[in-house]
Design a protein. Structure first.
Length: 198
């Protein structure tokens, strides 16, 4: 009979499973993230993952929640209204780009993988909402400072869509030869900013 698991045991092993799930996704895609492959990756019995997760979808939701929380943490740390709203907003954008390029597999899991039952995983719903909040907070700082006007959520999404588009093109290798992705990103953001009155 399996021993009783403490909350710490569960938390630690779930984290190991999430790390293994992200690694499997990175190397072999979503189809590789199965209970059997996770068990093999961790050197445990095929039934062990079922003590921690109901099924593959629950594992993917936990992996994605972890990625969204890491992403939000990075952007929250970059936001610093004390340095001025514009500088802070720039820092948030740079943190966004750094996360996407340093953790591309996590970034793809966050945005490329659709889970129709996402609302059934409270941890994921909370993490997504937290990440979405980072897209609005720095814009609210700009508006509070009188730098710009408008609906902060809409403007935040405009910035988000612009950054995301350039990043996805770069990660997919679709930026034309001879175009520096960083120059493209700065040009796109500058163009959008001018259109928004910055």
């Amino acid at each position: 009979m399996p021993r009783a698991l403490s909350d710490e045991d569960v938390s630690q092993f779930r984290e190991r499973l999430c790390q293994a799930g992200e690694a499997l996704f990175a190397s072999q895609g979503t189809e590789a993230v199965t209970m059997r492959h996770l068990a093999q990756a961790l050197g445990v019995s095929p039934m062990t993952p079922y003590r921690y997760f109901k099924d593959k979808d629950e594992i993917l939701a936990a992996v994605r929640a972890s990625a969204f929380n890491r992403f939000a943490t990075a952007l929250e740390a970059a936001r610093d209204p004390a340095v001025g709203a514009l500088t802070s907003s720039f820092q948030v954008a740079e943190a966004y780009v750094a996360f996407a390029y340093q953790q591309p597999h996590a970034y793809r899991l966050m945005f490329d993988l659709a889970q129709p039952t996402e609302d059934q995983y409270p941890e994921l719903v909370t993490a997504v909402a937290r990440a979405r909040r980072t897209m609005t907070a720095h814009v609210e700082d700009l508006m509070t400072a009188g730098v710009m006007q408008g609906d902060p959520e809409m403007v935040g999404h405009v910035f988000w869509a612009t950054l995301h588009g350039v990043i996805v093109l770069h990660l997919a290798g679709k930026v034309s030869p001879g175009i520096d992705p960083d120059v493209l990103r700065r040009t796109a953001m500058a163009t959008v900013s001018r259109g928004l009155g910055l």
